[in-house]
Design a binder for this molecule. Structure first.
Ligand SMILES: *Cc1c(COP(=O)(O)O)cnc(C)c1O
Length: 239
């Protein structure tokens, strides 16, 4: 094998480095504008549809948290990157029959939205001897088809997660409603997080904000932003 750096890989590396610098500057500016410290927001780079080679380049650029939304893709990618120091966030809608697989590589499951998923994730985590952080995905527009628990179902689901072996309740996750100004929805999420922490003080994570709306999310108090397109480029459609 040649030891010369592959030109295409080097070009990709410098693109990713430039995009990451832009995104980190946006997060820093949003923190400054909101009067928040810069280390109060964690960047999760969403690598879905992009290859393990990109994950490897990102790790070399200091990325520590990555997000994926399909088990079939995420499992092999996590395995190919097992030597890297990464935390894997599962952020997609999750079928119950995939939960055991996801529990074998994910560190955080952000899309828990029903009790049946909790027992399946717990069983998988116990079997693997792993601890999983779970976020409850909340529907901010009441449209269950896009995933997410209804706000009124959050307290019971939170208790179920908190009591499940090998699962920890980390907090809440949401996607801004389509076609609406995201600030209001993110403020609602922040209020739900405040209420959740009254009974679960350790559940401090608020995962909100994507490439187009990270500023609004940081302003509303997000602790984690999930950024794909702005780092890796526009995804090709999957199907
Ligand atoms: C794809 C995805 C993201 C990243 O979206 P971008 O607009 O590409 O930044 C964030 N969150 C979830 C749940 C996603 O599915």
């Amino acid at each position: 094998m040649s030891s010369e750096p592959d030109a295409a890989a080097e070009a990709r590396r410098s693109d990713l480095a430039a995009n990451l610098a832009d995104v980190r500057a946006r997060i820093d500016a949003a923190c400054d504008a909101a009067g928040r410290t810069r280390d109060s927001v964690t960047l999760i780079v969403v690598t879905k549809t992009y290859p393990a080679s990109d994950v490897r380049l990102l790790a070399g650029l200091g990325v520590r948290e990555v997000g994926e939304n399909r088990d079939q893709e995420a499992g092999p990618k996590a395995e190919a990157c097992a030597d890297l120091d990464l935390r894997w966030h599962y952020i997609g809608q999750l079928q119950t029959n995939k939960a055991r697989s996801v529990a074998s590589y994910a560190d955080v499951v952000q899309s828990v939205d029903r009790a049946r998923l909790v027992s399946a994730l717990s069983a998988g985590a116990v079997r693997r001897g792993r601890e999983l952080d779970c976020l409850i995905q909340v529907s901010l527009d009441g449209d269950a088809a896009r995933g997410g628990a209804l706000p009124q179902d959050v307290p019971a689901l939170a208790d179920t997660i908190a009591q499940a072996p090998h699962l920890r309740l980390g907090g809440l996750m949401a996607v801004a409603p389509l076609g609406a100004e995201p600030g209001r929805a993110f403020a609602d999420l922040a209020e739900m997080s405040r209420r959740l922490r009254e009974s679960h003080p350790a559940a401090t994570m608020v995962s909100a904000g994507m490439s187009n709306d990270l500023e609004a999310a940081v302003e509303a108090g997000a602790t984690h932003v999930r950024i794909g397109t702005a780092v890796l480029g526009v995804r090709r459609s999957l199907r």
